[in-house]
Design a protein around this ligand. Structure first.
Ligand code: MIG
Length: 668
């Protein structure tokens, strides 16, 4: 059951797709608390949700603010990341109340989940205008499903988007890109996509191509497509201020950029220098901005990533001026005192993504001016929506790959997400594992982190361990920042066979992984989920933070610590362990329920098949287009004489006729 409560004058965020009647009685489970709500937590309460946020699968024992932020230093001390996913799924102790809470609000929501007081959960919105949904059901899984139905079907990418994507902030020329493709093919490492970061643009301006570096992007795209490799360019949120750019000119003429109180367009610097910011909250602006993607779809491009759309701001001219004036006031001082020095440093640090800047411009919603910070969290997701709706016009009936950095619940219907600027550390590999079930619970099924880590220097063992988890994530992309150690998989020459085998394993598992993704999207079921979803009465399962159930038949337990040669695994029931070195080379063993320490060498993956389940496996291929799904091997965990059927999804992978009955094939 879902109850909808309404307070004040809620802003229409577009997060939900079902209009429920507004309930009149008391809000169940929660009690009013100063400006928000509160709940007493049982000693063993578990709180899932919040999507893209720091810390573990269970969010208890920290505080959080949904406030979409370009956070370039991920870690436990952070309160916000790039997405606003205001959904909590609470199990208040074993056998206790189980319910979901969705706070439909476009600005900041503050959560204190056992941070101030270990046994108290509190939350409040920045303004008293919001809708509150309380979801109840049989258990965690039932509530999660009801929530997904409430917010509508998740975005489905083309099938090739389940292949490997290779990316780097630093591919500068056509030759760089061709070399990546050549190395992958030469080394027989599967690959489906190469991402183009901002260097393909002319001076980082959206919807332009640097003709010196990429003289014929259409030909490049065609040539790579002939090898089954797609180019996936980036688009940033800000539009460069340059009277010669048509996008800039048009946006100005039509008044489509966000404006300051004085009616002049808001200006902030990002990669291309000073830029304007389209008012994505207006439908006509979304339509206009989205249409610009034609400059690339016309060249044969079929996929994009949307970046910097929190929106990230380097600085506004006003804020920079203040800093420079302050610096000038210190210039002739012989002794700059500590408070002046730290004052200066503080002003420098506060230039980027300044709350004052977010409070200095406005959106237009149905003729009303709304200050940006009040609806801040809707910005990036509406850029995603702009692009997605444009693709329906530019490429009717076809799926277009799209993932965004910033998002809110609602934008999961228009695109996936990647998890932003992580770094090359073991802690961030664990964070990737823990983020997946929570972002997927909030609708973002097509998601993944930058494998090997974005910032900092990776190592071959971290890269391999990370791939051993990444090979299960829907978006499987290796991406890194400029100036970091090279980390394309072909760079690890000594360990190349191990990397190849793990990439092959991904492709071999695609009949299963793609089918499970499609089931999750079409049936509002989970892809990754915490163990407690399927074993709600198991007191050990609910504490597991580093194993995930994957689709109907599998459990993964990645190794995520440096130099580990095994790990502890908890089995809520007996399962078959496959210790895989490749799709052909593995040991198998039936393990009883309970706690185990399992050896797992650097080149091995632990994969568990649940009782009564079948997993269809294909022969490895160098790209999704060459997967042979006619000749399958079946991995299974069946008792003697037991029969089982696997529902496999096999469609063309590129059109939107998802619901056809012929797309399903029964495998036994
Ligand atoms: O300010 O385009 O998260 O993936 O490589 C950094 C350059 C801008 C941030 C993205 C990252 C991308 C980078 N971008």
């Amino acid at each position: 059951m879902i109850q909808r409560f309404s307070f004040g004058r809620p802003f229409p965020t577009g997060s939900v797709v079902e209009t429920l009647p507004i309930a009149t009685g008391d809000v169940p489970f929660l009690t009013p608390d100063e400006s928000g709500w509160k709940l007493t937590l049982a000693e063993d309460a578990v709180v899932y949700g919040l999507g893209e946020m720091p810390r573990g699968i269970n969010k208890r024992s920290w505080h959080y603010i949904t406030n979409n932020t370009d956070e370039s230093h991920h870690g436990e001390d952070k309160l916000s990341y790039y997405g606003a996913h205001n959904f909590l799924l609470i199990r208040n102790g074993l056998g206790g109340d189980c319910f979901g809470v969705f706070i439909d609000f476009p600005g900041k929501v503050y959560y204190d989940i056992g941070y101030s007081e270990h046994d108290v959960l509190r939350f409040h919105t920045e303004e008293p205008n919001y809708e509150l949904y309380i979801l109840t059901g049989k258990n965690e899984a039932a509530i999660a499903k009801a929530f997904r139905k409430l917010i509508g079907r998740s975005y489905i990418p083309p099938k090739w988007a389940f292949g490997l994507a290779q990316s780097r902030f630093g591919y500068k020329t056509e030759a760089d890109v061709r070399e990546i493709a050549r190395q992958y093919r030469k080394n027989q490492l599967p690959l489906d996509m190469i991402c183009m970061d901002i260097d393909y643009m002319q001076d980082y301006a959206d919807f332009t191509v640097n003709k010196d570096r990429f003289p014929d992007l259409k030909k490049l795209s065609d040539d790579l497509k002939a090898q089954n490799i797609r180019l996936v360019p980036i688009i940033d949120a800000g539009i460069r201020i340059n009277p010669n750019d048509k996008a800039c000119q048009e946006g100005l003429e039509k008044g489509y950029f966000c404006k300051k109180a004085d009616g002049k367009p808001f200006v902030a610097a990002v990669w291309p220098g000073k830029a304007y910011f389209a008012d994505f909250l207006r439908p006509e602006v979304r339509e206009w901005f989205g249409s610009w993607y034609h400059t690339l779809t016309d060249l044969g491009i079929e996929g994009f990533w949307n970046d910097m759309n929190e929106p990230a701001l380097f600085y506004s001219p006003e804020r920079l001026r203040e800093l420079l004036d302050y610096a000038a006031s210190l210039r002739n001082k012989d002794n700059i005192e500590h408070h002046e020095f730290f004052g200066f440093v503080g002003k420098v640090m506060k230039l980027m993504n300044s709350p004052e800047d977010y409070a200095s411009f406005y959106h237009e919603v149905n003729g009303e001016k709304i200050r940006h910070d009040r609806v801040h969290n809707l910005y990036g997701g509406n850029m995603t929506r702009a692009a997605s709706e444009a693709f329906d016009r530019l490429r009717p009936g076809k799926r277009t790959l799209l993932y965004s950095r910033s998002s809110f619940i609602g934008s999961h219907r228009y695109g996936g997400i990647w998890l932003g600027d992580n770094h090359s550390s073991w802690a961030q590999l664990l964070a990737n594992i823990q983020l997946m079930p929570n972002v997927q619970m909030c609708g973002f099924l097509y998601a993944g982190a930058d494998l090997c880590g974005f910032d900092g220097d990776t190592t071959s063992d971290l890269a391999l361990r990370w791939l051993e988890f990444g090979l299960f994530t829907p978006l499987m992309r290796n991406h890194s920042s400029s100036g970091t150690r090279d980390q394309e998989y072909f760079r690890f020459t000594k360990e190349l066979p191990a990397f190849r085998k793990m990439l092959e394993l991904r492709y071999a598992l695609l009949p299963y992984l793609y089918s499970e993704f499609m089931k999750a999207a079409l049936e509002s079921t989970p892809y990754f989920r915490p163990l407690a979803f399927d074993y709600p009465d198991d007191s050990d399962a609910r504490t597991v933070e580093d194993q995930l159930l994957l689709g109907e038949g599998l459990m993964v337990a990645p190794v995520y610590t440096q130099n580990a040669v095994g790990r502890h695994v908890y089995l809520p029931e007996s399962m078959k362990l496959l210790r895989l070195r490749s799709v052909e080379d593995y040991d198998e063993e039936i393990l009883p329920a309970g706690h185990h320490y399992l050896p797992c060498a650097l080149n091995e993956v632990l994969l568990f098949i649940r009782p009564g389940c079948i997993v269809p496996v294909a022969a490895p291929a160098e790209c999704t287009a060459q997967l042979d799904e006619e000749h399958l091997t079946l991995w299974s965990n069946l008792s003697a004489g037991q029969k089982a059927v696997y529902r496999m999804y096999t469609d063309d992978g590129e059109t939107k006729t998802y619901e056809k009955a012929e797309n399903w094939r029964m495998v036994e």
